[in-house]
Every structure is written in structure tokens, then in C-alpha cells.
Ligand binder design. Structure first.
Ligand SMILES: *Cc1c(COP(=O)(O)O)cnc(C)c1O
Ligand SMILES: [Zn+2]
Length: 420
């Protein structure tokens, strides 16, 4: 295992505390896939499915050889992952595909996929002896980091854009005891500041710029494949914000392919909110990367200058994937459908379902395709968005599928009338 620059290819030892190459670009963990070929098989992972043994009971550490070769004594695990893969017929009908699965990452310990990257990130922080960790966050990274840091006895410092994160997420950060700094600026300002502070003080940075976060997040793809009995779907569709998650997905799939655990490459579709779409613009117009000023109700992806855009593009190209954008209305309508199916997810998560609908309409995803959408976070993260949608109180968004609460007299007669 080494760290390698994604741009100039320079190598660094894995125990170097660094997030960027001297040339300024991002680093990634490189595994010795050649030697892993003989060491692991599908069976290695299938045999661990029923175990309660630490750390293989985790949906991340089950794939330990592919994630991080580290002494088990350092591992901080909840245990995360092992989330459900729902076969979602009704939602499938709505988007226009026959086979749709929803991978619900909101079922993680702190209710978003961030736990998969945080277990590896905090584990490395502990191994390296850090007493403090920090991140900038639109909410879920901070919720996750606060919880894992508390478990590891490490001090957490979170930078969040003031007044711009969902209530459930702010609550988690405070509850788990993180020092919570509400920055008077947006996510991109917070990200910029936290990277500088971590460089100056002895604080470990746990945003997805950290290459070990990406390693843990690869496990979403591994787990989906295992749940599908290693049948490779035609598509993985997921939202894109800071673009770490889709970079992780493609990296993991590429490694599986190189090791020979899968023999076909699924296509990856990254879906951005229209108001926070720098990757989409670059992709569509074939121009160079340009940050935007982000505006969207999907606060988890409200990011205008995503750190991992280069990793992301590289993975999308490798998988012959696509980038799509969706409107606020499309996000909230898709969310209402996911919610009403009894599954539920936060707004950003539903970019994936809205994106599938759009890609089916434009003929890129076919009706017969087997499609896996990743739901990145729980419905309960953002109760304001839910209630205001059903009350018809979201500015500029029509509550197409509203389920309004009914105010009623406290009498049987009134209730009978209402239920008629
Ligand atoms: C973090 C997050 C995203 C965006 O993931 P990136 O890796 O930043 O692209 C999407 N949805 C939810 C719920 C998130 O918490
Ligand atoms: Zn470099």
C-alpha cells in the first residue's frame, strides 16, 4: 500500500500525514492488486457475511484486504454498513425501469454513508496518534466524525456553514460533543479554512480529500455486488457534491475488476442539483472545471467547488458513465416517491432517483437495464424539508405529492367524517 498523486504519479509512504502531493493535486491509496489476486476471492467475503466477529461484522471491514491493511486493535467501528438493498418496484415504475434497487445508506449508524469513510478515517487518526480531528461539512460528515471521534476518545472540531445545514445533522454534531464552528460563509469557505488550519496545527483532516476516507466508502459498491450475488448491474446512480463518493465507487469497482472478482464494468451516473452543478457543466460543455456559487434545497450537495472533481471524472470515464443534473422540483418529487414507497431519504439522496427518471427519458438508461440507486442519507436528517413540502411551503417548488396533515375537532363524529 502506498499513496500516489493522481496527477504526477509521485509516490509517498502511507504513514505520511499529507492530503496533497507537492504538486498540489490529490493523493490516492494504491493497493497491490497483483498480490491480492491470489489472496482473496468472492468466497473470502461471502464466508464473513454471517459472522459476528469484530471487525468482519462491519460492512466496511468485511472487505478489509481491499480497504486498509491495518492492525485490528486500531479499528474504530460501530459496526457500519450492512445496509439494505431494496428492490423498489413502485419507484422503478415511476422512473421507467423494470429493475431498480435502492441501496439505503441512511441505515448506517449516524444515518448517512459518511460512516463508511469515517471508520477508516478515524482508525488512521488513532493509529497515527492524533488527539484532534476536523472537517468542513454540509452536515453529514460532521455528524459522522463527531460520533466516531467520541468513540475513539479523540476531540472533534467541525466547520459548518452557518444556518445552511439540516437540523438533524446540526443536532448530531452538538449531541456527540464536537466543537462546532458555524462559519459565516458557505461550505467552500469552510473547506478552504479547515484545510489550512489542519496544516498549521496538529489536527487530522477528515474530509474526503483524505485518501483513507475514500477507501472505506468503496465498500458501498462491494456490498451491493455481494447483495446481488456478484451479478454486476448495468448502472450505479448516485448524487455528487464534493464528489468523493462516486470517486470511491469507481475506484473500488476498478480494483475488483483488476483482481478478477467481477468481469464486467457497470456504468456510473453522477447526478448533481442544477444549482450546484460544476461537474455537470464541465461534462456537458466539455470545458475546463469552473466552480459555481451553489444554491439548492439538497444541502448535502450544496457545494460549488468540489475537491474530488478530477478523481470523479476519471472514474466516470473509466466506467463509460455520465453526469446529469436535476431541478429542485425533480429532486423533491423524486423524494416524495421514495418516501411514499415506505423507504424514505433526505433530499440530496433523491437526486439519484430523479436523475434516473431523466436519463430514462433521454434514452441513456434503458427500460430493461438493471439499475442501483444509492440513497445517501436518512429521511430524518432534514425534517424541515419534508414537513414544508407537505405543507406546500417550499418557495418555488410545487408540492406535487403533498400529504397534508388535517386539523380536526376532538370528536368521533368529526373523525368519522374525515375518514369517510
Ligand atoms: C455527503 C453527501 C452527499 C455527497 O457526497 P460527495 O461524496 O460529497 O459527492 C450526498 N448525499 C448525502 C446525504 C451526503 O451526506
Ligand atoms: Zn503530484
Amino acid at each position: 500500500m502506498i499513496l500516489r498523486c493522481i496527477e504526477c504519479g509521485r509516490n509517498y509512504p502511507v504513514n505520511d500525514v499529507r492530503y496533497r502531493c507537492d504538486c498540489g493535486d490529490l493523493l490516492e491509496v494504491v493497493h497491490d492488486t497483483e498480490s491480492l489476486r491470489g489472496k482473496i476471492s468472492r468466497k473470502t467475503f461471502d464466508q464473513r457475511l454471517s459472522t459476528r466477529e469484530f471487525p468482519y461484522n462491519s460492512g466496511v471491514w468485511r472487505y478489509k484486504e481491499l480497504i486498509l491493511d491495518i492492525d485490528n486493535k486500531f479499528i474504530v467501528s460501530r459496526p457500519e454498513g450492512n445496509t439494505n438493498l431494496y428492490s423498489a418496484e413502485k419507484v422503478g415504475e415511476w422512473v421507467g425501469v423494470k429493475h431498480l434497487w435502492l441501496k439505503h445508506e441512511g441505515e448506517n449508524p449516524t444515518a448517512s454513508f459518511k460512516d463508511r469513510g469515517m471508520t477508516t478515517g478515524i482508525t488512521v487518526a488513532k493509529m497515527m496518534g492524533f488527539k484532534k480531528v476536523a472537517c468542513a461539512s454540509t452536515g453529514n460528515t460532521s455528524a459522522s466524525m463527531a460520533a466516531y471521534a467520541a468513540m475513539a476518545g479523540i476531540k472533534a472540531i467541525v466547520f459548518i456553514p452557518q444556518g445552511k445545514i439540516a437540523f438533524g445533522k446540526l443536532a448530531q454534531s452538538l449531541a456527540y460533543g464536537a466543537k462546532t464552528l458555524q462559519i459565516k460563509g458557505d461550505f467552500d469557505d469552510s473547506m478552504n479554512l479547515v484545510e489550512k488550519i489542519c496544516g498549521q496545527l496538529k489536527i487530522y483532516l477528515l474530509n474526503s480529500i483524505n485518501p483513507f476516507r475514500i477507501e472505506g466508502q468503496k465498500s458501498i459498491g462491494f456490498e451491493v455486488l455481494q447483495q446481488l450475488k456478484w451479478q454486476v448491474p448495468d448502472w450505479f446512480v448516485l448524487p455528487g457534491g464534493n464528489l468523493g463518493n462516486n470517486s470511491a465507487l469507481s475506484k473500488g469497482l476498478k480494483e475488483l475488476y483488476e483482481i478478477g472478482l467481477i468481469s464486467r464494468v457497470p456504468r456510473i451516473a453522477v447526478i448533481q442539483a442544477h444549482g450546484a452543478n460544476p461537474l455537470y457543466r464541465m461534462w456537458k460543455k466539455k470545458t475546463s472545471f469552473k466552480p459555481v456559487q451553489p444554491v439548492t434545497i439538497a444541502t448535502a450537495v450544496k457545494i460549488g467547488n468540489p475537491i474530488s472533481w478530477k478523481k470523479s471524472i476519471r472514474g466516470i470515464e473509466w466506467s463509460r458513465g455520465v453526469v446529469e443534473e436535476v431541478s429542485e422540483q425533480q429532486i423533491m418529487d423524486a423524494k416524495a416517491m421514495v418516501d411514499q414507497a415506505g423507504i424514505g431519504a433526505e433530499p440530496a439522496s433523491c437526486c439519484s432517483v430523479a436523475g434516473i427518471k431523466k436519463l430514462v427519458r433521454s434514452g441513456i438508461i434503458h427500460k430493461e437495464d438493471k439499475v442501483v440507486a444509492i440513497l445517501t442519507g436518512s429521511l430524518l436528517k432534514d425534517p424541515d424539508a419534508v414537513v414544508n413540502y407537505h405543507l406546500g411551503k417550499l418557495k418555488g417548488i410545487e408540492s406535487t405529492y403533498a400529504n397534508r396533515p388535517i386539523q380536526i375537532e376532538a370528536s368521533l363524529e368529526a373523525i368519522r367524517k374525515a375518514l369517510d
